[in-house]
Design a protein. Structure first.
Length: 176
């Protein structure tokens, strides 16, 4: 992630944390990350993983897209790139993402906020995806919907996979 994006993410994260009246220690403990890592992240330093950003979003009770909306470059790690395309402003909240997975990638995702649902539509390539106890093979044009408030995964074999992902958040309102 570039320096400007990190700084923007850090400022946004700090604003959301303070608006809830939380200390660095409270949020770090709730998200299961070191206070020093959260402090560096808020200062625009560090190298946050997608999992760290997801955990922070869950603890702050905001869509992942709310944290990454100010970032204009794709976020990526371990063969997966994610880019926020749009955030709905209605209720329920809906975020839309472009996602690309390199060959031989396995991405384990933690559960999102309670009641969240995820929909994947494969644009090109092949992958297996879904809740960890119900993985489904998908190819170009296939769509899969599942409850995303439980651990799930994305796995590619020999090819790249590009997909559109939408997440519908239950009982979540737009941030001001």
């Amino acid at each position: 992630m570039d320096r400007l994006s990190l700084s923007t993410l850090g400022q946004h994260l700090q604003t959301l944390r303070r608006a809830r009246g939380w200390s660095l220690s409270q949020l770090a403990t709730a998200a299961g990350i070191a206070k020093s890592n959260l402090s560096r992240l808020e200062q625009g330093d560090g190298n946050p993983t997608l999992d760290t950003i997801w955990r922070l979003a869950v603890q702050l009770d905001v869509p992942f897209g709310t944290l990454v909306a100010p970032i204009k470059v794709p976020l990526g790690e371990d063969g997966v790139e994610v880019h926020l395309l749009d955030q709905g402003q209605d209720s329920p909240r809906v975020d839309a993402y472009w996602m690309r997975c390199a060959p031989h990638t396995v991405r384990h995702a933690e559960g999102h906020t309670p009641g969240a649902r995820e929909s994947l539509t494969v644009i090109s390539g092949r992958l297996e995806a879904g809740p960890e106890d119900d993985i489904r093979p998908l190819g170009a044009g296939d769509t899969l919907e599942f409850h995303a408030d439980q651990p799930h995964l994305y796995r590619t074999r020999d090819t790249w996979a590009t997909l559109l992902m939408s997440i519908v958040y239950a009982d979540m309102q737009a941030e001001p």
